[in-house]
Design a binder for this molecule. Structure first.
Ligand SMILES: Nc1nc2c(ncn2[C@@H]2O[C@H](COP(=O)(O)OP(=O)(O)OP(=O)(O)O)[C@@H](O)[C@H]2O)c(=O)[nH]1
Length: 219
């Protein structure tokens, strides 16, 4: 069952991205059981960590203003596939719906890292042009680093090999890291849309130039 929940103003229909218009992004959270998918979602929308979340599958609509522009996040918090689906499986409906994916594992649960590995491969197989379907991989529960079984390097390497963003965060400890995750994915989604429309060239040149000048300043 998927429950739709509104948070703030919401409008339907995907929106074109330009300086004047609202931006809308469908974000699908995936990962193994109990890795913190709901904790991330609730942290992003309410800035709070409430501890226990149940496992109702929901789509949340959350509006925000970023850099002066209204952004509508539709966030599908998938519940763990305990019954019908094998761990790691993603439905066709989810793939069709999503503009971008957040794949969550717990840094203290090795099997949850394997699930993310499977899921990223599945997404890359189905959505062939990797840049066009952005994925951010999240190692959650960084506050439990004394129980860590997945190193940061492993997470980073997986992300690098699959052309994904990567963050290690603690949804329990702070909201800042969670917000960076969603904002980074939004940025990747906007770039992917620009690429599809063939308007990404100038942005990429500006990015490369800032990278070069940024590096020079740091030297
Ligand atoms: N220590 C710690 N616990 C966390 C963190 N994030 C989530 N948790 C806890 O992990 C448990 C599972 O969190 P959920 O957000 O329900 O995980 P989920 O992935 O949505 O779980 P399912 O819906 O069952 O798949 C809860 O007890 C949370 O309080 C974190 O960053 N640190």
């Amino acid at each position: 069952m998927v429950v739709h929940v509104n948070s703030g103003a919401h409008h339907t229909g995907k929106t074109m991205d330009s300086n004047q218009q609202k931006v809308e992004a469908n974000i699908l959270l995936l990962g193994a059981e109990k890795v913190g998918k709901s904790a991330l979602t609730v942290r992003f929308i309410t800035r709070r960590f409430i501890g226990e979340y149940g496992n109702i599958e929901s789509i949340y609509c959350h509006s925000d203003r970023i850099d002066g522009r209204e952004v509508c996040f539709n966030i599908w918090d998938s519940s763990h596939p305990q019954n019908a689906l094998a761990a790691g499986e993603i439905t066709e409906k989810q793939l069709q719906w999503a503009d971008g994916f957040i794949l969550v594992y717990s840094i203290c649960d090795r099997s949850s890292f394997s699930v993310v590995h499977q899921q990223v491969q599945h997404i890359r197989r189905c959505k062939k042009t990797s840049g066009a379907f952005p994925v951010v991989i999240v190692g959650n529960k960084r506050d439990l680093h004394h129980r860590r079984t997945v190193s940061s390097e492993e997470g980073r390497l997986l992300a690098l090999s699959a052309d994904c963003g990567f963050f290690e965060i603690s949804a329990a400890e702070a909201h800042h890291g969670v917000i960076i995750v969603f904002h980074e994915l939004l940025e990747l989604i906007r770039e992917a849309r620009a690429l599809r429309k063939g308007t990404a060239g100038i942005k990429n040149i500006v990015r490369s130039m800032s990278a070069v000048f940024g590096r020079r300043r740091a030297e």
